[in-house]
Structures are given as C-alpha cells and as structure tokens.
Design a protein around this ligand. Structure first.
Ligand code: MLT
Length: 251
C-alpha cells in the first residue's frame, strides 16, 4: 500500500507528485485546499515513505487505485498530477475513468519518450545504479525551476530529490522511459479537465500543454507566469488560484 497524507474533509482531491520528489512538494496546495476538500497526497511507489512497487506508469496508477480502495474512497475523485504525476493521472483516467470527478494535468505531456529521451533515461539509470541520486537531481535542477526561482526552492528540491532511494528512482526512470503514448486516450476523457503549465517550463513546455488541452474535450488551459516546471512551488498563489477556481466549478 502507498503511504499518503490524508487531511481535511469534503470532496476528495488526490495530488500526484513529480519525479524524483515526494508528496512533500504539494505542501502549499494541501494548506490551501484542506479547509474545503479531503486532500490525499501519496508517495508514489519507491519514493518517500512508500515501498518499491511497480516500475510502469500503469502500475503506479494501479497503486493509486489500490490506495483509494484501502481508504474506502468509493466516490469519484479529482485527480491532479504534475509531470510524472500527470503521466500517472492520464493512465488512471484511461483505466479507472469511473473513479474520476475531474482531472488536472500540470506541467506534463502526453507523448512518449523519443529515442534520445530513452537514451537519456538509460544514462540516468546507470548513474543511479552507482548510488548517485544526487547527481541525477543536480543534472535535472536547471530545468526543474524557472530562471527567476528563489534559490531556497532549488535547495528544497535538491534535498528532497537526493534523499530518494536509488532503487525507487531507477524503477521510476524505467517507468518514465517506457511509458506509452497517452495522446490517443485523451479524447476519451469525459470529466472536467484543467491543464496547467508554467510559462517557462523547460521540461514540458506550454506547447505540450496546448496539445493536451486540444485533445481532451472541453479542457481548460491555464498558464502560470514566471514559473518553470515545478509551477506549484514557484508560483504558489497563482497555481492555487486556478486550482481552487477549477475545483469550485466541479459538480
Ligand atoms: C518530472 O518532473 O516528473 C519529470 O521531469 C518527468 C520526466 O522526466 O518526463
């Protein structure tokens, strides 16, 4: 079973974190949502306090469904995933559409890795297998945050990422490398959907968000100014405003 924080009362909102982080990245959103919603933030398999498990994005989605079963959450939930969390949310939407009330896809993309992307994952897997998780985080850091990000945020991401277990990071890299093309499945999404992207996202840029928004019937797109890939921590106020406004409109 996944380890998750579970706070507040009301309609259920589940927040899925990015690679190679943990549920801790959602602290600013949990604080703002918990007065109105029951907010569940799992550590995905192999991250934070959760045991190593699946090494596929679909397997991660199964683990999220299993967590909801364990918690006896039977009503449809609003599911928000950022980047890797977004890949998992799209897989969840394909397989467990009946469990969704709404979908929020933040700083993520639908397409699979191309050959160069897969080769890059293989290099990172080799590095992680030597135990050098910190080196992987350091290599990613320039792209995780926008150019104007507070240096304290870089320190937070560095500390959180580099404390992850090599086995968990390697399993997630495999899952990221081999994830399927999620674009065809997006046409079948039948719940209110919000796509959020940091204007300066260098990993999943605004064009990727536009592709998702164009593929999901009726999806809304929100651009967060002065934010890079981790838009939720870089521009907390703007991110929370669009998230809260969207959730308020979900029946
Ligand atoms: C993430 O932020 O979860 C990762 O950058 C996603 C990826 O590398 O594809």
């Amino acid at each position: 079973m996944l380890v998750a924080a579970d706070v507040g009362q009301g309609p259920v909102v589940v927040l899925l974190h990015a690679f190679p982080l943990t549920r801790a990245m959602w602290r600013p959103q949990v604080e703002s949502l918990r007065d109105l919603y029951r907010v569940i933030t799992p550590d995905l398999p192999g991250f934070g306090d959760s045991a190593l498990g699946a090494s596929s994005i679909e397997g991660f989605a199964d683990a999220v469904a299993g967590l909801l079963d364990d918690k006896e959450v039977n009503e449809p939930v609003s599911l928000c995933g950022l980047s890797m969390g977004g890949y998992v949310a799209m897989a969840f939407a394909r397989k467990y559409s009946h469990r969704l009330a709404s979908l929020i896809l933040a700083d993520t993309k639908a397409g699979p890795d191309d050959a160069a992307g897969k080769a890059g994952r293989d290099k990172l897997i080799a590095r992680v297998k030597t135990g050098d998780v910190a080196g992987v985080v350091e290599a990613m850091l320039p792209k995780l945050l926008g150019p104007e990000a507070d240096p304290e945020l870089a320190d937070m991401v560095r500390a959180l990422g580099s404390s992850q277990r090599p086995e968990g990071v390697a399993a997630a890299l495999l899952a990221l490398r081999d994830r399927p093309d999620a674009l065809p499945g997006l046409a079948g999404v039948r719940v209110p959907t919000l796509v959020i992207v940091g204007q300066e996202d260098a990993i999943t840029p605004p064009d990727e968000a536009r592709k998702i928004a164009a593929a999901v019937p009726g999806a809304k797109l929100a651009m967060i100014e002065k934010a890079g890939h981790l838009a939720n921590v870089e521009q907390v106020g703007a991110f929370n405003d669009v998230l809260l406004a969207f959730l308020a409109g979900v029946a």
